[in-house]
Design a protein. Structure first.
Length: 81
């Protein structure tokens, strides 16, 4: 997908360069490139954002079920103390 986005940016930059004024070139770039690509990346990144949002919650769940660190430590003595 990145290669398509880079190619589209290239095409729009060339389109913007052929505009008669600088303002028209900036508007062409903004409305044909920046705005559509930002919407596209926002939509396609929804799954990653959702997964990233759930990750801290699952870590907190694991942390509450885990025993305290002092109970996990073993001195290796074998005498039960």
């Amino acid at each position: 997908m990145w290669i398509v986005a880079i190619a589209w940016i290239y095409v729009v930059v060339l389109m913007a360069a052929t505009e008669p004024t600088v303002v028209a070139g900036i508007m062409t770039f903004a409305f044909y490139c920046a705005l559509p690509l930002s919407i596209l990346f926002y939509i396609t990144g929804a799954k990653r954002r959702r997964q990233r949002g759930q990750t801290p919650q699952s870590c907190r769940d694991v942390g509450t079920r885990r025993e305290s660190p002092s109970e996990d430590m073993d001195d290796g003595g074998g005498d039960g103390d």
